[in-house]
Design a protein around this ligand. Structure first.
Ligand code: ZN
Ligand code: ZN
Length: 202
């Protein structure tokens, strides 16, 4: 039983996107860390900075510690480290086509999202967020969405997603991640439609 708990919460930490390695304002339970107290350390398996909330730790909360992932640090498939938790970017074959961002742990993809971005039209569409079943609820999807937003900043790009529908799990995901885009459905430009083969190529 103890080993099971370690498998879920010990070695496998939740992750959150962070642009730097400073201690964030709040813990995963919403404690203000300036008051709760926080410790910064190094998570060897993920090769990432790990933050621990002093209050959650004292209360034995399984979400007391989490790791920070810089969403802008993205590797090519060939250049990605084979150890640790890293983001890998697979560019699309064609302009405005669908590329992929993947979250790897020790060289294995545990989550990915499909993303289309068009520079001239200033649009981005997230088509699919997938996390392998045993690895859900750790923040992998949240980190991947943050990584997509670094490709096309939401202050100048219109973002949308195909992924909400009527599924309460999907709706909970998008409601919880500070998504700056549209949730009414994908807003493709004609370049994206053409790249996807939905328009004649002329
Ligand atoms: Zn806390
Ligand atoms: Zn376009």
């Amino acid at each position: 039983m103890r080993d099971v708990a370690r498998g879920v919460y010990g070695a496998a930490r939740p992750v959150r996107p962070a642009r730097d390695e400073r201690i964030p304002l709040d813990c995963l339970r919403g404690h203000r860390l300036a008051i709760a107290g926080a410790r910064s350390s190094y998570h060897h398996r993920y090769a990432l900075t790990e933050i621990t909330c002093g209050v959650c730790y004292a209360l034995h909360d399984p979400l007391a510690s989490w790791c920070l992932v810089n969403p802008a640090r993205q590797h090519t498939v060939d250049g990605a480290p084979r150890t640790g938790l890293v983001l890998v970017r697979v560019p699309p074959d064609t302009r405005a086509g669908v590329g992929q961002l993947r979250l790897h742990v020790d060289g294995v993809a545990l989550a990915d999202i499909d993303v289309a971005v068009c520079g001239p039209c200033r649009r981005g569409v997230i088509e699919h967020v997938r996390t392998d079943e045993p690895h859900r609820r750790r923040g992998y999807g949240r980190v991947l969405v943050a990584a997509a937003l670094t490709l096309a900043p939401p202050d100048t790009y219109q973002w949308s997603t195909t992924e909400v529908a009527d599924d309460p799990v999907a709706r909970a995901f998008w409601a919880g991640i500070d998504w700056p885009g549209d949730l009414a459905g994908p807003v493709y430009c004609t370049d994206m439609e053409r790249a996807a083969g939905r328009l004649p190529d002329w």
